[in-house]
Ligand binder design. Sequence first.
Ligand SMILES: NC(=O)c1ccc[n+]([C@@H]2O[C@H](COP(=O)([O-])OP(=O)(O)OC[C@H]3O[C@@H](n4cnc5c(N)ncnc54)[C@H](OP(=O)(O)O)[C@@H]3O)[C@@H](O)[C@H]2O)c1
Length: 296
Amino acid sequence: MASRILIQLDCDPQPSTFDSVVAVDAGAEVLLRHGNVTPDAAVPLVHGAMFTRGGAELASTAIFVGGSDVAAAEAVFDRVRKTFFGTVRVSMLLDPAGANTTASAAVVAAGRHLPLGDPAAAASLRAVVLGGTGPVGQRVARLLVRKGVGVTVASRSLSRAEEVCGRITAAVPGSRVEPARADTTITPGTPFAGVLAEADLIVAAGAAGATLLGAAGRDLAGRARVLIDLNAVPPAGIEGIAATDKARQDGEAFVYGALGVGGTKMKIHRAAIRRLFESNDAILDAEELLAIGESL
Ligand SMILES: NC(=O)c1ccc[n+]([C@@H]2O[C@H](COP(=O)([O-])OP(=O)(O)OC[C@H]3O[C@@H](n4cnc5c(N)ncnc54)[C@H](OP(=O)(O)O)[C@@H]3O)[C@@H](O)[C@H]2O)c1
């Protein structure tokens, strides 16, 4: 059997060692690591993967696209996909800045307590994604609207939130997604207080070390049954949630911190690498990673 080769295409100057270590732990036997990868630079690298092995052995070569610039990595991923033709292809995975694995792990956590797998029940749910304009938040919102949940994308800037909602609607036509400007000081009676009060699920996907929901906001979010804070750097993104919280019951709600979600994220990442080597035609983006997470 041919060695399992993972070709790491990273948009940063130095390919991520984190992604390399996970790949080896998940069974990749040879890593070919490339940095500063652009869409044009990716093409000959992809040809090298396509035209060396043939037939069943193509499944033993795979491509991982990563890097800290999510838009740049998406452009590389798109070019890689378009470079393949017919059956001459290898499996590929997109996880820039860990955004896809983290977002899918957050939705897996929410699905342990909310009926996300039942379209009729999910349609009655409302979620708020705080920091919803970042790479992780955008994907959390996209995954939730695909489940039929009504999602509010919150940002300090209404126009940035509107832009993200536009992108999600383009990707998922008919989705129930709306923008909101998040107040820094949350007071009862404001529109944003109303958004929080109606939420069944709140996910904080703000930048490291930024508190997006303080005690006053939490008091208003009385309906929320699940609160997830993806920020691991103090102070907490949601006041009162510790990074290590994992399905800790806090009043009527179950709460998760970044490390509580991180274990599932790592499992999804490893399982996705293993999945790459099962066939030569897997294309693993956030939706496919969520399906992997739900099957674990
Ligand atoms: N657990 C894990 O394994 C894991 C893996 C990856 C990432 N993460 C964490 O997940 C979170 C989201 O990651 P990301 O890369 O999407 O984050 P990001 O791009 O750094 O930030 C997300 C959003 O936070 C908002 N923001 C930035 N600074 C802020 C501030 N001072 N106050 C309030 N809001 C602010 C911005 O939205 P607006 O400007 O539109 O308001 C931004 O789009 C981070 O905390 C990251 O550390 C965890």
